[in-house]
Design a protein around this ligand. Structure first.
Ligand SMILES: Nc1ncnc2c1ncn2[C@@H]1O[C@H](COP(=O)(O)OP(=O)(O)OP(=O)(O)O)[C@@H](O)[C@H]1O
Length: 433
């Protein structure tokens, strides 16, 4: 029996949706998990992969996406890419691994495609978790997928409200530690005096008011993930203690004598330019290199504007009475034009407020903050210069541009301007045309 006859049985042995593809994108064999994921009632064999998983009429690379099969064909090496696929349950993020298959004589016989469904994020509105489908979001998600299963220390960089805590949770969920604790330490709100006792715990009587023994957050994270949010806010004096913890995975509680061991995976986040803080001497370089082994930049909402309608839908669904809410075209236009310095958190808060004002009905322009309403109406007005401009100067500019661009003769132009031809002549004489 030939190898191809055994392919379906071999594919079944894989613990994920899988298919064998030909060089011209045709599905030669699929396993049951693949059929469940993409099955549309019609046989899959012989169909093009891009039609089955994307509904495209041409290969992904011709539809503006990187194609793992094409890359694999060109390089002869395994490729891994994140795509958005149409599955039996709707749009999903899928991590694709494509490997070339060779026979005993080194002849290429096809490509093995293994698919990993991404559970940490969704390209459709969901009750919880990360939402997004813009190229900037998908790029960030592919970094998250790469880093998640390893033990590498990840540094999340992004403006406030971009979802750093959600991404940290996604990294934890995608790691072998997913069933263990995820512990957040909010470094920005921690007074210097409390830093050590919060992190490392304290013994009874360690300081005035230490009435009993208290376990610290590092101990609580044992076996799981320790997430240090706003790590850029930790004062220099405490940074050395953190460095020791990260380097030795041991610590001593306040008032304690024996060193304790903590097994945790470290994820840090900051909205600051930590590298600049290092250069300025405000952050220890040795600590920076320890925590920033795998930096991931989170896109601001402005960099992923395509996701705005999806995020609005998802965030509304997550708010009380938000499921049935609708936005008027004017409200949507105002949101689309707004810069969102507070990113997704600001969007969420703004929708929550608008929902209350709209009494559960349609969210309209008056339900949005005044800045947004103004942004919308101001756009209809021409921009004003900061300083008043003498009217003569304004007129001269206008006339100079007008005569260069108009197709009207002088008489018609004068008439259109509501002045006599002689006046127009006089005004133009003063211009350096
Ligand atoms: N991609 C996303 N999809 C859905 N909701 C999101 C997404 N990103 C952020 N949010 C929501 O936005 C809010 C802010 O997110 P989060 O607290 O993770 O941001 P952050 O970057 O950690 O902010 P900060 O730096 O201020 O602590 C939360 O309500 C979160 O659920």
């Amino acid at each position: 029996m030939s190898l191809t006859a055994h392919l379906p049985a071999l594919l079944e042995a894989l613990n994920a949706p899988a298919a064998i593809l030909s060089s011209d994108y045709r599905l030669l064999a699929t396993n049951q998990a693949y059929q469940r994921l993409y099955g549309d009632g019609k046989p899959l064999s012989g169909r093009h992969c891009y039609e089955v998983s994307h509904g495209y009429q041409q290969p992904c690379d011709q539809a503006g996406e990187a194609c793992p099969l094409k890359l694999c064909r060109e390089t002869g090496r395994q490729q891994r890419l994140l795509h958005q696929h149409q599955t039996a349950t709707g749009e999903e993020h899928v991590d694709i691994e494509m490997s070339p298959l060779y026979d005993g004589n080194g002849q290429l016989i096809g490509y093995l495609e293994r698919l990993h469904q991404v559970r940490e994020a969704h390209p459709q509105a969901q009750a919880q978790g990360l939402i997004g489908q813009s190229p900037a979001f998908n790029q960030m998600l592919s970094w998250v997928r790469r880093a998640a299963p390893s033990e590498i220390s990840v540094l999340l960089l992004g403006e406030t409200g971009t979802g750093k805590e959600l991404v940290a949770r996604a990294l934890h969920q995608g790691s072998p530690r997913a069933s263990q604790p995820f512990v957040t330490v909010e470094c920005s709100g921690l007074p210097e005096t409390l830093f050590e006792s919060e992190l490392f715990g304290h013994e009874k009587g360690a300081f005035t008011g230490a009435l009993g023994r208290k376990e610290g957050l590092v101990a609580a994270a044992h076996g799981g993930t320790l997430f240090l949010d706003e790590i850029g806010e930790i004062p220099l004096s405490q940074q050395v203690k953190l460095l020791r913890l990260i380097e030795t995975k041991t610590y001593r509680s306040l008032g304690g004598i024996t060193a304790q061991y903590a097994d945790f995976r470290l994820i840090c986040a900051t909205h600051r330019d930590l590298a600049a803080q290092v250069r300025a001497g405000a952050f220890r370089a040795d600590l920076y290199y320890r925590i920033a082994a795998f930096p991931i930049e989170l896109p601001s909402l402005a960099e992923r504007r395509e996701d705005l309608p999806l995020l609005i839908q998802a965030l509304l669904q997550r708010l009380p009475n938000g499921k049935q809410a609708q936005l008027s075209a004017a409200a949507l236009a105002a949101l689309a034009d707004y810069a969102f310095p507070g990113n997704i958190r600001e969007l969420r808060n703004l929708l929550e407020r608008a929902l209350l004002l709209a009494d559960g009905g349609e969210i309209d322009l008056p339900h949005l903050p005044l800045d947004l309403q103004r942004g919308c109406t101001d756009k209809a007005q021409p921009l004003l210069p900061h300083q008043p401009v003498p009217l003569k100067e304004l007129e001269a500019h206008y006339l100079a541009r007008l005569v260069k661009q108009t197709s009207l003769d002088r008489a018609a132009l004068a008439q259109a301007l509501g002045i006599s031809e002689r006046t127009l002549y006089r005004k133009l004489k003063g211009l350096k045309l």
